[in-house]
Design a protein around this ligand. Structure first.
Ligand code: CA
Length: 231
Protein backbone atom coordinates (compact mmCIF):
# COMPACT_ATOMS: atom_id res chain seq x y z
CA UNK A 1 0.00 0.00 0.00
CA UNK A 2 1.17 3.50 -0.77
CA UNK A 3 2.50 5.65 2.02
CA UNK A 4 0.18 8.50 2.97
CA UNK A 5 1.49 11.74 4.43
CA UNK A 6 -0.67 14.57 5.71
CA UNK A 7 0.75 18.04 5.17
CA UNK A 8 -0.66 20.70 7.51
CA UNK A 9 0.55 24.11 6.39
CA UNK A 10 -1.43 27.30 5.87
CA UNK A 11 1.00 28.92 3.42
CA UNK A 12 -0.50 27.70 0.17
CA UNK A 13 2.67 28.05 -1.91
CA UNK A 14 4.76 26.11 0.56
CA UNK A 15 2.05 23.50 0.99
CA UNK A 16 1.88 22.87 -2.76
CA UNK A 17 5.66 22.76 -3.04
CA UNK A 18 5.93 20.18 -0.26
CA UNK A 19 3.08 18.20 -1.77
CA UNK A 20 4.71 18.02 -5.20
CA UNK A 21 8.08 16.93 -3.75
CA UNK A 22 6.45 14.17 -1.72
CA UNK A 23 4.27 13.04 -4.61
CA UNK A 24 7.35 12.76 -6.78
CA UNK A 25 8.51 10.06 -4.35
CA UNK A 26 5.28 8.13 -4.83
CA UNK A 27 3.78 9.30 -1.56
CA UNK A 28 0.04 9.97 -1.36
CA UNK A 29 -0.50 13.43 0.13
CA UNK A 30 -3.47 14.79 2.05
CA UNK A 31 -3.11 18.49 2.67
CA UNK A 32 -4.83 21.20 4.62
CA UNK A 33 -4.14 24.66 6.01
CA UNK A 34 -6.35 24.14 9.04
CA UNK A 35 -5.47 22.46 12.31
CA UNK A 36 -9.08 21.49 12.95
CA UNK A 37 -9.36 19.91 9.54
CA UNK A 38 -6.09 18.04 10.13
CA UNK A 39 -7.54 16.43 13.25
CA UNK A 40 -10.69 15.62 11.33
CA UNK A 41 -8.65 13.99 8.53
CA UNK A 42 -6.62 11.97 11.01
CA UNK A 43 -9.81 10.60 12.48
CA UNK A 44 -11.22 9.56 9.13
CA UNK A 45 -8.27 8.04 7.33
CA UNK A 46 -5.04 6.55 8.60
CA UNK A 47 -1.91 8.45 7.67
CA UNK A 48 1.68 7.23 7.97
CA UNK A 49 3.20 10.56 8.90
CA UNK A 50 2.17 14.17 9.53
CA UNK A 51 4.16 17.20 8.39
CA UNK A 52 2.89 19.89 10.72
CA UNK A 53 3.40 23.65 10.67
CA UNK A 54 3.52 25.15 14.17
CA UNK A 55 1.93 28.44 13.17
CA UNK A 56 -1.59 27.70 11.98
CA UNK A 57 -4.45 30.21 11.81
CA UNK A 58 -7.04 28.25 13.77
CA UNK A 59 -5.80 25.53 16.12
CA UNK A 60 -2.11 25.97 16.92
CA UNK A 61 0.35 23.39 15.63
CA UNK A 62 1.29 22.62 19.25
CA UNK A 63 -2.33 21.80 20.03
CA UNK A 64 -2.67 19.65 16.90
CA UNK A 65 0.52 17.78 17.86
CA UNK A 66 -0.75 17.24 21.39
CA UNK A 67 -4.09 15.91 20.13
CA UNK A 68 -2.44 13.65 17.57
CA UNK A 69 -0.03 12.33 20.20
CA UNK A 70 -2.80 11.62 22.65
CA UNK A 71 -4.77 9.59 20.13
CA UNK A 72 -2.40 8.10 17.55
CA UNK A 73 1.16 6.91 17.19
CA UNK A 74 1.63 8.68 13.90
CA UNK A 75 5.10 10.19 13.46
CA UNK A 76 5.24 13.99 13.25
CA UNK A 77 7.74 16.19 11.44
CA UNK A 78 7.29 19.78 12.55
CA UNK A 79 7.83 22.93 10.53
CA UNK A 80 8.34 26.28 12.14
CA UNK A 81 9.22 29.85 11.38
CA UNK A 82 10.34 30.31 14.96
CA UNK A 83 14.00 29.62 15.27
CA UNK A 84 14.89 30.06 18.91
CA UNK A 85 16.24 26.97 20.58
CA UNK A 86 13.48 27.06 23.18
CA UNK A 87 10.80 26.78 20.50
CA UNK A 88 12.55 23.83 18.94
CA UNK A 89 12.84 22.01 22.21
CA UNK A 90 9.19 22.72 22.99
CA UNK A 91 8.23 21.15 19.65
CA UNK A 92 10.22 18.04 20.30
CA UNK A 93 8.86 17.77 23.81
CA UNK A 94 5.44 17.38 22.27
CA UNK A 95 6.79 14.17 20.81
CA UNK A 96 7.69 15.35 17.31
CA UNK A 97 10.00 12.91 15.58
CA UNK A 98 11.85 15.61 13.71
CA UNK A 99 11.89 19.33 13.22
CA UNK A 100 12.70 21.73 10.38
CA UNK A 101 13.04 25.49 10.65
CA UNK A 102 11.86 27.67 7.78
CA UNK A 103 13.20 28.34 5.27
CA UNK A 104 14.14 24.76 4.48
CA UNK A 105 14.81 22.96 1.25
CA UNK A 106 11.91 20.74 0.14
CA UNK A 107 14.48 18.10 -0.75
CA UNK A 108 15.72 18.13 2.85
CA UNK A 109 12.15 17.73 4.09
CA UNK A 110 11.65 14.71 1.83
CA UNK A 111 14.84 13.13 3.20
CA UNK A 112 13.73 13.72 6.78
CA UNK A 113 10.28 12.30 6.08
CA UNK A 114 11.81 9.23 4.49
CA UNK A 115 14.23 8.79 7.40
CA UNK A 116 11.39 8.94 9.94
CA UNK A 117 9.30 6.49 7.91
CA UNK A 118 12.27 4.11 7.60
CA UNK A 119 12.85 4.26 11.32
CA UNK A 120 9.26 3.20 11.80
CA UNK A 121 9.74 0.14 9.63
CA UNK A 122 13.33 -0.62 10.57
CA UNK A 123 14.18 -4.27 10.82
CA UNK A 124 17.80 -4.58 11.81
CA UNK A 125 18.31 -8.26 12.31
CA UNK A 126 15.56 -10.56 11.18
CA UNK A 127 15.00 -13.53 13.43
CA UNK A 128 13.31 -14.64 16.59
CA UNK A 129 11.85 -11.98 18.89
CA UNK A 130 14.11 -10.75 21.67
CA UNK A 131 12.63 -11.45 25.05
CA UNK A 132 13.38 -10.14 28.51
CA UNK A 133 11.69 -12.23 31.14
CA UNK A 134 7.94 -11.78 31.08
CA UNK A 135 8.26 -8.01 30.95
CA UNK A 136 9.31 -7.23 27.43
CA UNK A 137 9.38 -8.86 24.03
CA UNK A 138 10.61 -7.17 20.88
CA UNK A 139 9.82 -8.58 17.46
CA UNK A 140 11.89 -6.59 14.99
CA UNK A 141 10.47 -8.35 11.95
CA UNK A 142 6.94 -7.40 12.85
CA UNK A 143 8.08 -4.16 14.47
CA UNK A 144 6.11 -5.13 17.51
CA UNK A 145 6.72 -4.56 21.19
CA UNK A 146 4.89 -6.57 23.83
CA UNK A 147 4.87 -5.49 27.42
CA UNK A 148 3.78 -8.20 29.85
CA UNK A 149 2.09 -9.89 26.92
CA UNK A 150 0.26 -6.88 25.50
CA UNK A 151 1.20 -5.19 22.27
CA UNK A 152 2.14 -1.56 22.83
CA UNK A 153 2.12 0.97 20.00
CA UNK A 154 5.24 3.14 19.81
CA UNK A 155 6.24 6.11 17.70
CA UNK A 156 9.27 5.59 15.45
CA UNK A 157 11.48 7.54 17.84
CA UNK A 158 10.27 5.59 20.88
CA UNK A 159 10.84 2.33 19.00
CA UNK A 160 14.36 3.44 18.08
CA UNK A 161 15.24 4.37 21.65
CA UNK A 162 13.90 1.12 23.06
CA UNK A 163 15.62 -0.95 20.39
CA UNK A 164 18.96 0.73 21.03
CA UNK A 165 18.73 0.16 24.79
CA UNK A 166 17.47 -3.41 24.39
CA UNK A 167 20.35 -4.24 22.07
CA UNK A 168 22.73 -4.17 25.03
CA UNK A 169 20.87 -4.63 28.31
CA UNK A 170 22.61 -2.97 31.23
CA UNK A 171 24.85 -0.84 29.06
CA UNK A 172 24.48 2.88 29.72
CA UNK A 173 23.71 4.97 26.67
CA UNK A 174 24.30 8.72 26.78
CA UNK A 175 21.59 10.97 25.38
CA UNK A 176 23.91 11.87 22.54
CA UNK A 177 24.43 8.21 21.62
CA UNK A 178 20.71 7.57 21.67
CA UNK A 179 20.00 10.54 19.40
CA UNK A 180 22.58 9.34 16.95
CA UNK A 181 21.31 5.78 17.02
CA UNK A 182 17.76 6.84 16.48
CA UNK A 183 18.15 9.58 13.95
CA UNK A 184 20.84 8.19 11.72
CA UNK A 185 22.00 11.56 10.48
CA UNK A 186 23.66 14.62 11.90
CA UNK A 187 21.28 16.05 14.44
CA UNK A 188 21.34 19.56 15.80
CA UNK A 189 22.20 18.30 19.22
CA UNK A 190 19.28 18.81 21.52
CA UNK A 191 20.11 16.01 23.86
CA UNK A 192 17.29 16.99 26.21
CA UNK A 193 14.75 15.92 23.61
CA UNK A 194 15.69 12.32 24.36
CA UNK A 195 14.26 12.85 27.83
CA UNK A 196 10.81 13.68 26.50
CA UNK A 197 10.73 10.60 24.28
CA UNK A 198 11.88 8.44 27.20
CA UNK A 199 9.18 9.99 29.35
CA UNK A 200 6.48 9.14 26.79
CA UNK A 201 7.92 5.66 26.37
CA UNK A 202 7.87 5.05 30.12
CA UNK A 203 4.19 5.94 30.26
CA UNK A 204 3.55 3.21 27.73
CA UNK A 205 5.73 0.45 29.13
CA UNK A 206 6.42 0.91 32.83
CA UNK A 207 4.14 -0.40 35.56
CA UNK A 208 4.86 2.82 37.48
CA UNK A 209 6.34 5.51 35.22
CA UNK A 210 7.43 7.48 38.29
CA UNK A 211 9.58 4.54 39.40
CA UNK A 212 10.78 3.02 36.15
CA UNK A 213 12.35 -0.41 36.16
CA UNK A 214 12.62 -1.11 32.42
CA UNK A 215 14.29 2.09 31.28
CA UNK A 216 16.48 3.29 34.11
CA UNK A 217 18.05 6.72 34.41
CA UNK A 218 21.73 6.69 35.25
CA UNK A 219 22.35 10.12 36.78
CA UNK A 220 24.80 12.22 34.88
CA UNK A 221 25.25 9.55 32.22
CA UNK A 222 22.10 8.55 30.40
CA UNK A 223 19.81 5.56 30.25
CA UNK A 224 20.01 1.82 30.36
CA UNK A 225 17.69 -1.16 30.06
CA UNK A 226 17.11 -2.61 33.49
CA UNK A 227 16.11 -6.05 32.24
CA UNK A 228 18.09 -9.13 31.33
CA UNK A 229 17.72 -10.72 27.97
CA UNK A 230 16.63 -14.35 27.96
CA UNK A 231 19.33 -16.72 26.73
CA1 CA B 1 2.07 29.01 9.14
Amino acid sequence: MATTVMVVEDELKLRDLVRSYLEREGIVVLSTGSGAEALHFAERSPVDLVVLDLGLPDVSGEEVARELRARYNVPIVMLTAKSSEQDRIAGLELGADDYLTKPFSPRELVLRVQAVLRRGHASVTPGAPLSYGHELEIDEDRREVRIRGDVVELTPTEWGVLLALAGAPGRVYSRYELINRVRGYEFEGYERTVDSHVKNLRHKIERDPAHPTIIQTVLGSGYRLGLRRDP
